[in-house]
Design a protein. Sequence first.
Length: 422
Amino acid sequence: MTNISQIFQKYTYSSAQRFLTYVQIDTQSDPNSSNSPTTEKQKDLGKVLVQELKQLGIDSAHMDEYGYVYAIVPSNIKQSIPGLCFCAHMDTSPDCSGKDVKPIIHQNYQGQDLVLPDDPYVIIRLSEHPDLAEQIGHDIITASGKTLLGADNKAGVAEIMDAVQFWTQHPNVPHGPISILFTPDEEVGRGTDHVNLEKVNAQYGYTIDGEKRGHLENETFSADGFTIKIEGVSQHPGFAKGRMESAIKIASEIVSLLPNDHLSPESTEKMEGFIHPVEISGSVEEAKIDFILRDFKTEKLQEYGLLLKELTHQVLKQYPHSKVEFIQTEQYRNMNEILVNHPECLENAMEAMKRAGLNPEMQSIRGGTDGSRLTFMGLPCPNIFAGEHAFHSKQEWVSIQDMQKATETIVHLAAIYAEKGT
């Protein structure tokens, strides 16, 4: 059996250098766009990735009209085994600028606070980022203080690309058919809207989009969107007494009734769910409140919707001539509802991390991934760590050594499937 760990001891990793290139390409997605992808600039990275894959000898690499990058690394073993898909998303969050990112490498980190040079008020403090305590001696990449870094999820993209490079340089390391999938628009919840699973043609998938090294996420929130549309009564404000019923005021009163000590993002953690108002818009006559509902138990989402209806009707008692409409829509579901029936894809990932010299931990994630929706589309898809930290912020950081461990985990994982043959 090929000793993959020994090969990695002499291997020249490319993930860090690739990452430094990728983060300088602005790929921020836009939640207010109806286009697919929501921003054309996401394709700028897609074009680079296709070119790099072709340079590695992967002739199947291509990008479709929606900005999805597909590639197949052919199997190098005789027996027929399940195809694997490794997936990461190319876009960065709309929450923080991703333009003109200036990545900085802080070599041989020794526990100090990291002051970012372009804005000295942006400080990555050890006291606020306890995972830094595990990075002593590592090389930490940050942005310069004006933008996010883009580790979410360009770290995952770079790690997968590094694995492809490894396989092409070491064809004796066994693996079955490997499908590579890079998606747009994950950050705005549309990362799988136009994915072509026939092209992917895999039995199991793994998103490389997690945080701490050694983490494997088998469980996500279930998520719904909830909208309250309010139709008030408009009158000239000089003659409004006893007549006007302001939709804006109705909306604000509904939001003011939401609990603060529970069921809110600010007061919940671990396995606790929440109701979160994300946007209010409108006028005196019409207003709209958009919420996101999150819980690990899918049935709880209906309870949260009923609570919002009760609070709304409570407010409307004071506004007898106003009307309301409720819209609750499914966004994604807890992948564990499906993954519980596929223990092998979790067990193999845990074993791969062990072979990479890590102590694997199964985790739940207070969010969702492309894997959440892929799992319910028929591709069981847990989430493997990418080393990302402080997502969507100017304090975002990643360790070069953690990125290398993610690449090792990918290679070991494909080899495990090749060994087992199932």
